[in-house]
Design a protein around this ligand. Structure first.
Ligand code: NAD
Ligand code: TYD
Length: 339
């Protein structure tokens, strides 16, 4: 099988790529990634030079970048996306380009063929749930420009299946954490800030809830969908670990041994979704079994950031500083923390 993986130099995509290259040595794997600020070839170093793997720098928004690669592929797994909510709130334009127009390009590239698009969506398309759990038929009510872009991509795929009969499978994972996550999301930001002795800026009252899953569980779920999932079906993939941000912060403080004084409540995110919660029965019926218990997964994650400072320190001193200033300087100084 020839597998094209878009966005394979990012967080989840790189773990999936390594998994496929190492476990299916008879598959040919090609990664296309634009290498935006989150894309990082260091994430793929372990498989550099393997004969069944090739990396190509390319943009899913540029037809000429993807057409030759898609024409060689049997399956296209699409991880490529702009992914961070706080940046979408600052400026949504790249989100609309990649998460909507980029998906359109991939759809056009597979239209009229029997290639399968495996699209990685998100639980955020269901929006905030005050109570209960969203199954795959739950209405899409995205609450921010990131999730609205992702939901638009999803709807476009469904419309192409209905109109042109394109073949797709879709996965909607919940909040992932683990090694190689760019240190702007809650878990890697707080772990690395805790190691550096910097404040941990908790938005609002910290009572926002997410359903957390370890990245290697998500990778196995996507692998299962790739091999056993039905064409035209959507699969939610949640970890069943619903935690408040405050609970996550306390867990990180405990595991890093940082001082509780680093916790600081800052101005809230605009339009902040209160709670995400997935019903993942369908993927379990397909045979998915989670391997990583939450505490164990947190321990592995904290240890990885401790042991891989050479991965994240250069990131935090680069473009990241500019973003960090913009996002947190005023918030932190209002809360009495001058940085
Ligand atoms: P990430 O931001 O770490 O990686 C995305 C990758 O896509 C990067 O390597 C980036 O360079 C690449 N990319 C961006 N725009 C591109 C373009 N136009 N053309 C080619 N490559 C491009 O993201 P992630 O956290 O690994 O998420 C991967 C996918 O999973 C995304 O589609 C995201 O919406 C979805 N998802 C993520 C989470 C999570 O918690 N991280 C949860 C649910 C769903
Ligand atoms: P994040 O990792 O951005 O994921 P999501 O896509 O679910 O928003 O944030 C997870 C939660 O943590 C979310 O409720 C926002 C909150 N958060 C903070 O309280 N402080 C922070 O500095 C960040 C980055 C996130």
């Amino acid at each position: 099988m020839n597998v094209l993986i878009t966005g394979g130099a990012g967080f989840i995509g790189s773990h999936f790529t390594k998994f496929v290259v190492n476990n299916y040595t008879d598959y040919q794997v090609v990664v296309i990634d634009k290498l935006n600020y989150r894309g990082n070839l260091a994430n793929l170093k372990e498989i550099e030079g393997k004969t069944n793997y090739k990396f190509i720098r390319g943009d899913i928004c540029v037809k000429e970048d993807i057409l030759p690669q898609v024409s060689e592929a049997d399956v296209v797994v699409n991880f490529a996306a702009e992914t961070f909510v706080d940046r979408a709130i600052m400026d949504a334009s790249d989100f609309l380009s990649t998460d909507v127009f980029g998906v359109y390009n991939l759809l056009e590239a597979i239209r009229g063929t029997d290639k399968v698009l495996i699209h990685i969506s998100t639980d955020e398309v269901y929006g905030s749930l005050e109570e209960g759990f969203a199954d795959e038929n739950y209405p899409l009510r995205p609450g921010n420009p990131y999730s609205a872009s992702k939901a638009s991509g999803d709807l476009l795929i469904l419309s192409y299946a209905n109109t042109y009969g394109i073949r797709f499978k879709m996965v909607r994972p919940s909040n992932n954490f683990g090694p190689n996550q760019y240190p702007e999301n809650l878990v890697p930001l707080f772990i690395t800030n805790a190691i550096e002795g910097r404040p941990l800026p908790i938005y609002g009252d910290g009572q926002y809830r997410r359903d957390w899953i370890y990245v290697m569980d998500t990778v196995r779920a996507i692998d299962l969908v790739m091999h056993e999932g039905e064409i035209g079906e959507i699969y939610n993939v949640g970890g069943g670990n619903i935690r408040t941000n405050l609970e996550i912060t306390e867990e990180i403080i405990e595991r890093t041994g940082a001082s509780k004084d680093l916790m600081v409540f800052v101005d809230d995110r605009q339009g902040h979704d209160r709670r995400y919660a997935l019903d993942s029965s369908k993927i379990k019926e397909l045979g998915f079994e989670q391997r990583y218990e939450f505490g164990k997964a947190m321990e592995l994650t904290v240890n990885w950031y401790r042991e891989n400072e050479d991965w994240w320190r250069p990131i935090k001193s680069g473009e990241f500083r500019e973003y960090y200033e913009k996002q947190y300087r005023e918030r932190l100084s209002k809360a009495g923390y001058g940085e």
